[in-house]
Design a binder for this molecule. Sequence first.
Ligand SMILES: [Zn+2]
Length: 354
Amino acid sequence: MSDGIGLAEALLGLPGFRVLEVHETADEVVITIETTATIAWCAVCGVRAEVHDRTRVEVRDLACFGRPARLVWRKRRWRCREHACDARTWTERSEHFDTQRVITRRAGAEACRQVGELARPVSKVAEEFGVCWWTVMNAVVEHGTPLVDDPDRVGRVRHLGIDETSFLKANRTHPIVYATGLVDLQRHVVIDMVNGNSAADLRRWTANADPDWLANIKVVATDLTESFRAGLSPHLTHVRRVADPFHVVRVANRCLDNVRRRVQNETLGHRGRKHDPLYRIRKLLLSGAERLDEPGADRMLLGLRVGDPNDELLGAWLAKESVRDVYLATTWRDARTLLDKTIVGCLADEVPRS
Ligand SMILES: [Zn+2]
């Protein structure tokens, strides 16, 4: 392979095609190709066909060395030589190209992988491939739907996670649109997304699920809202319901924040301002103790010394950390001991909850 065309074909890697020409413009690489099929036979009568004419089909392919690539397929239209035959003319087809699609199959599959597996924004992938947003989105739907629908994708699930997420921001025509995600907590696989976040939405989903599949679920982790608890009834009443650590710690953080605001107000007579000692350490207080480096810990302690004369916020911080410590336990016995200690500690502390 010493000639340029041979090199170009090796780089293109599209079996059944040969490269006629490669040229580049300011923003893309254009590769003109044709199939290697120089002989064709009529599918109707079996007579050898002749080339009638050629059409140009322009299709986007995988980006080439960082630049969008465009394939120009000089597509043959064949004609049957037999006058009595009904076949007349037909154009070439290839497994690499879908008619009506503006990108090759392999580019579509890669666009889907970039968005689905690597969680890249559709707009970025579209820019890289030199196509519009909808082209990538259609490829994601086309190549992704069979993956999502694959019956083997979600097997038996023992630990189910349920959590809401805000899916669309509010605008003039609708309030925030929520969706509920269902996750296999052991395999870290998203099982489904449900429109809405109410008990009825969850109940509707469980009503449609296979009862045997539901019966296998032992534990469901949710946030602390009542809606999901109510939504587990009647199809998932047999499960043990646990709270997601993230949401438990968030409650502790919220209490800590409330105490900080109150102490701030009581000592300074106004809401937090940029240079107030407690306002300045608000983020440090919410970080896990193990994530604070030495300067961070020093700054936090200094802030507390200056802004928390009665150690109320310090008490709330210790309570928050003891809630987090419960998750250090590796056995349920240790966890229970730590949880009891946390509760006793909070009850003994005279600091109000907020
Ligand atoms: Zn024919």
